[in-house]
Design a protein around this ligand. Structure first.
Ligand code: HEM
Length: 441
């Protein structure tokens, strides 16, 4: 059976690019595609036939694929000297992933950095507490995430240098990611910023083991394993890229939803107050005692999936439901559509953190909830991201109350992540009382 047997919209000379643009982007196109054509649907883009699968059980057949399609990730090539990390061939990817997981996923590293992450979040809470008028959350929370990952990836470089690194990274991203949506604008400036970032990583590599300069678990792990310097530079940049907007929007959308659901917000702040007692700053050990905060975050990542889609290239024929997807075809992962699939998420648009109690989650297929992707190319930073996001939320909710600005409903658009087009504005005020664990202030 060929791909044509799979239902999907008819395409013109440029495939379904017009339909994708008309839908507002791939993030919203996937929702319409599956509404209209069912859980397995086909479309065409970038010269590729893509088979999109929005049923978590059918996705099991794809869970071992370890290749990504080059054309969809070509925009990241300028950031890599030693080969595009997003599309490394499987045999090169496996040892790279193993190294990353050995540091990013380990409890030791989370514990070591948690206090610093909380301090950085407290700096933002101080600035917001002093602000009058609404605050735009998304930009500042993304900057905070970049600052956190910069400290993580580059070690304890000084505050001034960290500010320079963050600035240079913004220049690089605005230029290179911006090219997904427009023509090159500031090539020379971006190239200079990239040179600066690479030189900074080199300095940390050179200082590694000598006790001078910053100490980075990530760089130490890569260097000790004999990773060539160019691959270390690429990895650090890719980690900073993968880590910062994703974590920033996860926290922003969570605060946005809490602002619109005061009952949930009261339960979360009640839990945070009970766990922190007289302290303002959470520590790593507190996180295990904040299950409702974690559920509120997870449910926000379901409704506003930070990375709304992914893709793989299969090297074998796959049986997906009644169809055979031939080797060489591109499998599209519609993460957002999966998270809104009413068969697994009744009343899918409702914000309800209790969907994630152990009891309610039991029996749900494992790929029904995949904010960090799935299989051998899933996010290596998932565990670290949850630590960061929970710490930031705990710091902010301990200190501040977030309420909506009437008439300001954000529109999700695709800017590499699920980004709010006009930002997420909220009123932010220092909290007066302490909530009880049952949620009563
Ligand atoms: C809430 C925050 C985050 C979200 C929602 C997120 C989500 C994702 C998603 C959806 C993918 C693609 C997975 C796939 O194709 O199956 C991905 C890949 C990746 N993420 Fe994350 N991520 C987050 C934070 C982070 C952090 C903090 C790091 C590192 C410290 C990180 C590092 C990576 C890397 C290296 C990849 C590439 C995976 C590979 O090709 O092997 N991410 N992430």
């Amino acid at each position: 059976m060929s791909l044509e047997a799979i239902p999907g919209p008819p395409g013109g000379a440029d495939g379904n690019v017009g339909d994708i643009a008309a839908a507002g982007g791939l993030h919203t196109f996937q929702l319409r595609l599956h509404e209209e054509y069912g859980d397995v649907a086909r479309f065409r883009m970038s010269g590729l036939d893509l088979v999109s699968v929005a049923d978590p059980v059918l996705l099991e057949a794809t869970a071992r694929i370890n290749e990504r399609p080059d054309p969809l990730f070509a925009f990241l090539e300028p950031l890599c000297e030693a080969g595009n990390l997003q599309t490394l061939p499987g045999e090169e990817h496996v040892p790279w992933r193993r190294l990353l997981l050995s540091t990013l996923a380990g409890r030791r590293t989370h514990e070591a950095y948690a206090h610093r992450f909380a301090e950085l979040a407290a700096g933002l809470a101080d600035r917001w507490a002093a602000r009058t008028g609404p605050v735009e959350l998304q930009q500042e929370l993304s900057e905070l995430s970049l600052r956190m990952i910069c400290e993580y990836a580059l070690g304890g470089i000084g505050a001034e240098e960290a500010t320079e690194v963050v600035g240079a990274f913004e220049v690089v991203l605005t230029e290179y990611l911006g090219r997904m949506y427009r023509a090159p604008e500031e090539e020379a400036r971006a190239a200079e910023a990239l040179r600066f970032l690479r030189a900074t990583v080199d300095r940390v590599i050179a200082g590694h083991g000598t006790g001078t300069g910053g100490r980075s678990d990530l760089i130490a792990t890569l260097a000790d394993a004999g990773t060539p310097p160019a691959r270390i530079r690429d990895t650090v940049l890719m980690i900073m890229l993968a880590a910062h907007h994703t974590t920033g929007v996860s926290v922003s959308w969570t605060l946005y939803l809490l602002g619109r659901h005061p009952d949930v917000a009261r339960r979360v702040t009640g839990e945070v107050d009970a766990v922190l007692g007289g302290r303002d700053l959470p520590e790593y050990a507190d996180l295990k005692d904040l299950p409702y905060l974690e559920m509120a975050l997870k449910e926000a990542m379901r409704l506003y999936t930070p990375g709304p889609y992914g893709a793989r290239e299969t090297d074998t024929d796959l049986a997906i439901g009644p169809y055979t997807v031939p080797a060489g075809a591109t499998v599209f992962y519609p993460f957002w559509a999966l998270h809104l699939n009413p068969r697994y998420w009744p009343d899918p648009d409702r914000y309800d953190p209790d969907r994630f109690t152990a009891e309610n989650a039991a029996g749900r297929p494992r790929f029904a909830y995949v904010p960090f992707g799935l299989g051998p190319r899933s996010c290596e930073g998932a565990a670290l991201a949850l630590v960061e996001a929970k710490l930031v939320l705990a710091v902010l909710l301990r200190r501040l109350a977030f309420t909506p600005v009437p008439g300001r409903e954000p529109t999700p658009v695709e800017r590499f992540v699920l980004w709010a087009e006009e930002g997420i504005e909220m009123r932010v005020a220092p909290r007066t009382g302490r909530a009880r664990p049952d949620g009563v202030e």
